[in-house]
Write a protein that binds this ligand. Structure first.
Ligand code: UD1
Ligand code: CA
Length: 454
């Protein structure tokens, strides 16, 4: 088993966020959950999260995850933070130290790091940076062995010129943590207990420091500001887009797609610019998503076209359907094969049968519509009486004329026709015409008014 100690007690003042910093998101998922998810790829990992500022909010937000919360009431430094977790880690084995605000660390980098630890070695993740300002520097001896980390604020001119920096991420034997952490001192420029001082202590004891660099440098970038968050978001999104392209999805512009969750595309899927996918979305073979769609938690079948500016949430859309432009499909909408929802149509908690059409300007809520039915422009299901919601049932092969109000609960049986402009309050039997509009009158004596002279 590996103890994964994730530090997240700091305040994160510069984010100016009302949330604990590590709950701010990248790709729709909190930064700390990105870290926990990467750690979960390690066999037998147990996560300890060190919390301090807004600890209650963090515990609440992460209550669904299997983690051990460790309190660090006062933030006395990274070494002190890790020390708080010591009572909860195993007496032997290895600890991996991660940071809640370094979200994009990959499982593969972590695995490489863990491989380097043994009884005589500590493993350190380092990276070369063009501008190392602010970071701890990796000091090496003549034989190129890492022998110490010097914090920027404590470094001399020679050390400041070093470009290899400490990412903070390390893997250490638990016995070494127990041995060295209590010996840390805070007699440095920041008056903090530095975790990094562990390195020189271990070296003095004859231990080796083995280092490795991440697969890509963005993995070890921390987030302290909104700008850094936005930059990592772009990097993350471009990575997602690249994976989609590699798997054969046609993205008209990989710089203009946002995946905040999981998007699974079958062969031949095409996605135009500015679409946002949230939660879990699956798109079947040859489905086309036009520009500017927002799609959340949706199962979409083969050969579907979602036209521009449509919003979909918690929906199931079967093969060959046509939706939009400007359609809004709300939770509980289910479209059977070949159904068609046109522009400015809102559908909520309704089933639309095979080949049925709601083509223009309608509201369909709490309805079940059969096969081959046509709902005319401006049809409204009046599903709400001000207190309760009621069902509208419409059979197969029904024709509902334009501007019809269907006052639920009501049933329109198969084969019937509703005349335009009707307000239907009673169920309509099979194969009949129902209409409620008053008859048209003509008045031959009527004179059109003329404008008054003032
Ligand atoms: C630390 C490293 C530095 C490294 C840099 C990489 C130390 C002493 N220095 O510096 O070598 O280059 O990270 O980003 O470790 N935290 C706690 N409790 C504390 C202090 C910090 O939980 O008492 C958490 C913070 O929330 C933060 C992380 O640890 O997420 C890093 O702390 P911070 O003080 O920002 O470290 P740096 O000064 O950046
Ligand atoms: Ca600091």
């Amino acid at each position: 088993m590996i103890d994964v100690i994730v530090l997240a007690a700091g305040k994160g003042t510069r984010m100016k966020s009302s949330l604990p910093k590590v709950l701010n998101t990248i790709g729709g998922k909190s930064m700390v959950e990105h870290v926990i998810d990467s750690a979960s790829f390690i066999n037998n990992a147990r996560v300890h999260l060190v919390v301090g500022h807004q600890a209650d909010k963090l515990k609440e937000a992460l209550s669904h995850r299997e983690i051990n919360f460790v309190e660090q009431a006062q933030q006395l430094g990274t070494g002190h933070a890790v020390q708080m977790a010591l009572p909860d880690i195993q007496p032997w084995g290895v600890s991996l130290i991660l940071y809640g605000d370094v979200p994009l660390i990959s499982a593969s980098t972590l695995q490489q790091l863990i491989k380097l630890v043994d009884e005589t070695s500590l493993a350190l993740l380092t990276v070369h940076m063009e501008d190392p300002t602010g970071y701890g520097r990796i000091v090496r001896d003549r034989d190129d062995n890492a022998i110490a980390i010097v914090e920027h604020k404590d470094a001399d001119a020679g050390q400041l010129a070093i470009h290899e920096i400490n990412t903070g991420i390390m893997a250490v034997n638990n016995e070494d943590l127990v041995k060295y952490l209590p010996k840390l001192e805070n007699n440095n420029r920041q008056g903090e207990y530095y975790l990094t001082d562990l390195i020189a202590m271990a070296v003095a004891d004859g231990k080796n420091i083995r280092t490795v660099e991440p697969d890509s440098p963005e993995e070890v970038l921390g987030v302290n500001t909104r700008l850094q968050q936005a930059e990592l978001e772009r990097y993350y999104q471009y990575n997602q887009a690249q994976k989609l392209l590699e798997s054969g999805t046609h993205l008209l512009d990989p710089n203009r797609i946002d995946v905040r969750g999981e998007l699974v595309c079958d062969d031949g899927v095409s996605i135009d610019a500015n679409c946002i996918f949230e939660g879990k979305v699956t798109l079947g073979e040859n489905t086309v998503i036009e520009s500017n769609c927002v799609i959340k938690n949706a199962v979409i079948g083969k050969g579907v076209v979602i036209k521009a500016f449509s919003h979909l949430e918690d929906v199931v859309i079967n093969d060959g359907c046509d939706v939009g432009p400007y359609a809004r499909l709300r939770p509980g909408t289910e479209l059977a094969n070949g159904a068609k929802i046109g522009n400015f149509v809102e559908v909520k908690k309704s089933k639309i049968g095979i080949g049925s059409k709601v083509n223009h300007l309608s509201y369909i809520g709490d309805a079940e519509i059969g096969e081959g039915t046509n709902i005319g422009a401006g049809t409204i299901t009046c599903n709400y009486d001000g207190v309760n919601k009621h069902l509208t049932k419409i059979g197969d092969d029904v024709f509902v004329g334009s501007n019809t109000a269907l006052v639920a609960p009501v049933e329109i049986e198969s084969g019937s026709t509703i005349g335009a402009g009707s307000t239907i309050t009673k169920s309509v039997p099979k194969d009949q015409l129902a209409l409620t509009r008053p008859e048209q009158v003509h008045k031959s004596s009527w004179v059109r008014p003329t404008k008054k002279k003032s």
